[in-house]
Design a protein around this ligand. Structure first.
Ligand code: ATR
Length: 272
C-alpha cells in the first residue's frame, strides 16, 4: 500500500495542494498518494480519525480547521505552539504531531525566491488574524530592524505585538497610525482580498516600499497589489510562492526530502 497523505478543509475543491505534492513526489521519486478531503464543518476530528484508521501518514490542514488541528495534535512544534495554529499533521504510532509551515514558507519565498533578505528591513504587516499570527515569529527570526503590525481593529494588533514583543522590535497600530512611516516590505495578511476589498491603507505608506506581498492569490492581481503598483512599488508578489514553499516544508517533515520549489512555482504561475 502507498503511503497516503491528503489536504483537508472546507471548501477544498479549489486546493492546489494535490497538484503540488504529486509534482514533488514525482520529482523526488517518492511512492506516495495525495488526495483532497472535504470535511463537514462539524466533522473535522472524525474525518482525521477515519483517515488515520485507514493508515494515513499525514495531512495538510486548511481553512477553517487550523485551530482545531492545533487542539487535536498530541505534540506541537515550537512554531505551531506560538502560531496557535497547525497546517501540517504527521501521524506516527500513537502520536499526532502538529506543525505550522506557513511562516517558514513566506520567509523562504521572500528570501530565496524573490531574493530579498529580511534582516535590517522595515516590515509592515497588515492584519492581526490567524494568517498574521502564523507569520510573525518566522519574520522576527530574520532580524528585521522593525516589524509594524497594523490592523483595522488596533486592539488586536496591540495584543499580537505584546505577545511577540520578546522576539524582536515590533510596534502596533491602526492603518492611519503609520501614515507618515516608511517601510521596505509591506505584507497583506488581512482577509480583505478574499472579499475583493482593500485595507484602508494611506498611499503614503507605500512610498518607499520595494516589495508588496499579498498572502492571498487569485488569477487577477488583488486590489492590494494593484494599489501598490499604482503607488510605485516595483516588486509585487502574491501567495503562490508561499503556498508552494509551505508545502515543501510539510513534504520535508513527512518524507525527509526537500523538493525543488522553483519549477513548481513556475508551473502554477504559467497561464493554463
Ligand atoms: P485569517 O485567519 O485569514 O487571518 P481572521 O482571523 O478572520 O482570518 O482575520 C482576518 C483579518 O483580516 C483581520 O485582521 C481583519 O481585521 P479586523 O481584526 O479589524 O476584523 C482583517 N480584515 C478583513 N477584512 C478586512 C478589510 N476589508 N479591511 C481591512 N482588514 C480586513
Amino acid at each position: 500500500m502507498l503511503d497516503s497523505y491528503a489536504v483537508i478543509g472546507n471548501p477544498i475543491s479549489h486546493s492546489k495542494s494535490p497538484l503540488i505534492h504529486k509534482t514533488f513526489a514525482q520529482q523526488t521519486k517518492q511512492s506516495m498518494q495525495y488526495d483532497a478531503i472535504l470535511a463537514p464543518l462539524e466533522g473535522f476530528q472524525a474525518a482525521v480519525e477515519s483517515f488515520r484508521q485507514q493508515g494515513g501518514k499525514g495531512l495538510n490542514v486548511t481553512v477553517p480547521f487550523k485551530l482545531e488541528a492545533y487542539r487535536l495534535a498530541t505534540r506541537l512544534t515550537e512554531r505551531a505552539t506560538i502560531a496557535r495554529a497547525v497546517n501540517t499533521l504527521k501521524f506516527e504510532n500513537d502520536e499526532i504531531l502538529g506543525d505550522n509551515t506557513d511562516g517558514a514558507g513566506l520567509v523562504r519565498d521572500i528570501e530565496c525566491n524573490l531574493g530579498i533578505p529580511l534582516a535590517e528591513k522595515r516590515i509592515l504587516l497588515l492584519g492581526a488574524g490567524g494568517a498574521a499570527r502564523g507569520v510573525i515569529l518566522p519574520l522576527l527570526q530574520q532580524k528585521p530592524s522593525l516589524l509594524a503590525i497594523a490592523n483595522r481593529t488596533p486592539a488586536k494588533a496591540a495584543a499580537l505585538q505584546e505577545q511577540f514583543n520578546a522576539y524582536g522590535n515590533s510596534i502596533a497600530g491602526d492603518f492611519m497610525h503609520f501614515a507618515d512611516a516608511h517601510f521596505d516590505i509591506i505584507i497583506n495578511a488581512t482577509s480583505a482580498s478574499l472579499h475583493d476589498a482593500l485595507p484602508e491603507l494611506p498611499a503614503s505608506v507605500l512610498a518607499q516600499a520595494t516589495l508588496a506581498y499579498d498572502l492571498m492569490y487569485s488569477h487577477e492581481p488583488t486590489h492590494f497589489l494593484e494599489f501598490a503598483q499604482q503607488n510605485g512599488v516595483h516588486q509585487l508578489a502574491d501567495g503562490i510562492g508561499m503556498l508552494v514553499e509551505q508545502a515543501a516544508e510539510s513534504f520535508f517533515l513527512w518524507r525527509g526530502i526537500r523538493p525543488q520549489t522553483k519549477p513548481v512555482i513556475a508551473m502554477l504561475k504559467s497561464p493554463i
